[in-house]
Write a protein that binds this ligand. Structure first.
Ligand SMILES: [Zn+2]
Length: 447
């Protein structure tokens, strides 16, 4: 930092970070301040000013701002991962094949072993990984066990991250060893207790999501019960929809009276503005219209879709219908929590479509960046709270080491589109200097 005249006393009220400031408040729109700054109030946790550094310091003269030291930085909104499975992280990159055999062969045994003790050990490491990758908000699934989920929430609270999470619910083909009719009542009761304890906890950073796994492993009664409880508490629901052809066939067999997969969820009252649906790769026009009509949101998980041979999302079709779409790492089907690589994969998915579907619009890096920030925030009902660097919003942001984005250091002078492309293709934990939630550092790289 060349201008230390503004580095004021250590007990200063506001914190300022100077660097290239980049965000994407709307799809396709990139905002950029080359010599910019973000100033926030760590006590109230909100952003107070964003703009050109030179202009801003004139107005800030009278205020006490402590400027963050460090080399050339790129400042972005904290990344938003709308769909991941906390207990599955160790299985990232393990196994192969398609969804249903992968779940039964690799994932159910892993989740079964994710006891409270294991959760106490692994959950803090998982949240550390999110923050180290620049992810400040996430929508997560845990296992079917109440105490294991409870331990994950305790770790989430300590991490300072913004987490929407829930205990996995499944009463068909579950790994718990109980008869389905026993699981139904127990799972609803345990989920309700967790919701009462954690929805709105951590000063509002933590929220509960009722989480029926998918229609393959849930009875209609369980899905109806989950929907009713989410309604009762104003909590979220999250599940998977139309990820893979084998799964869709299984749902058809289980619910022959339903018009299609989406109709199963609609019939159980699961679809609404606080519903996040993972994948949604293979939907008919009718199903897309139902999602739009119910204002349910989609978590697009391209790295997982490639890994499990599931397919390519018709993104433009969903967006044109008005469906909110964000990005999810979907670990363990996705190999990493690094959301920059999920953005890159989202671009690759549309590129791949365009190769065989003439007229398919490719996804730009700026658009992928929007999906990984503001788009994801909107999916989780936080569009007015986080997702962009806007005065008045909460100060969730990530500070990137500009030099660490390029193979041989400083990438030189870049236009905003070039800079965001570099971030998307080469962004990752090696470049994250610090992550902030509500103006509080949840991760700082050791130097
Ligand atoms: Zn998933």
């Amino acid at each position: 930092m060349d201008d230390l005249t503004h580095e004021l006393k250590a007990d200063a009220g506001l914190i300022g970070i100077r660097g290239e400031v980049l965000d994407a408040p709307r799809f396709g729109e990139l905002r950029f301040w080359k010599d910019g700054a973000v100033v926030f109030d760590p006590r109230r946790g909100i952003i107070t000013e964003v703009g050109e550094y030179r202009v801003m310091i004139q107005n800030l003269e009278a205020k006490a701002v402590q400027w963050r030291a460090g080399g050339p930085a790129v400042i972005c909104p904290g990344l938003v991962d709308t769909h991941a499975h906390l207990p599955q992280y160790p299985a990232s990159g393990c196994g192969q094949g398609e969804l249903l055999p992968w779940l039964e062969g690799h994932i159910f045994p892993l989740e079964q072993a994710f006891t409270a003790e294991r959760s106490e050990q692994d959950s803090p490491r998982f949240f550390r990984e999110l923050a180290r990758n620049g992810t400040t908000t996430a929508g997560l699934y845990t296992t079917i066990y109440e105490d294991s989920c409870d331990a994950a929430f305790r770790a989430a609270e300590r991490s300072g991250l913004r987490i929407t999470m829930g205990k996995m619910m499944m009463d068909v083909g579950s790994y718990g060893g109980l008869a389905p009719e026993k699981i139904l009542a127990l799972s609803l009761e345990q989920s309700e207790r967790l919701c009462q304890r954690w929805h709105g906890a951590g000063g509002g950073l933590l929220r509960y999501a009722f989480s029926p796994r998918f229609a393959v492993s849930c009875s209609a009664a369980m899905m109806r019960g989950a929907a009713a409880m989410a309604q009762k508490y104003g909590a979220f629901t999250q599940t998977h929809l139309a990820e893979n052809s084998g799964e869709i066939e299984r749902v058809k067999e289980r619910f022959p009276e339903a018009k299609d997969y989406t109709d199963v969820y609609a019939g159980c009252g699961l679809l609404g503005p606080r519903t996040v649906l993972g994948h949604c790769l293979h939907l008919s026009d009718r199903e897309v219209a139902v999602l739009a009509g119910k204002d349910a949101a989609v978590a697009h998980c391209p790295t997982a879709n490639f890994f499990l041979n599931s397919g390519l999302l018709p993104l433009a079709r969903l967006r044109a219908a008005g469906v909110r779409v964000g990005l999810g790492s979907d670990v363990g089907a996705g190999p990493e929590v690094n959301l920059w690589q999920v953005m890159r994969s989202a671009m690759d998915a549309q590129k791949a479509r365009s190769f065989y579907e003439p007229g398919t619009k490719q996804l730009s890096a700026a658009e992928a960046f929007h999906l990984g920030t503001q788009g994801g925030a909107e999916v989780l009902g936080l569009g007015d709270v986080v997702g962009s660097l806007t005065a008045g919003k909460e100060a969730d942001l990530v500070v990137l080491d500009r030099a660490a984005l390029s193979p041989y250091g400083e990438p030189g002078d870049l236009k905003p589109e070039e800079l965001i492309t570099l971030c998307v293709y080469r962004g990752g934990p090696q470049a994250v200097q610090a992550s902030y939630v509500r103006g509080r550092a949840v991760y700082e790289r050791e130097v």
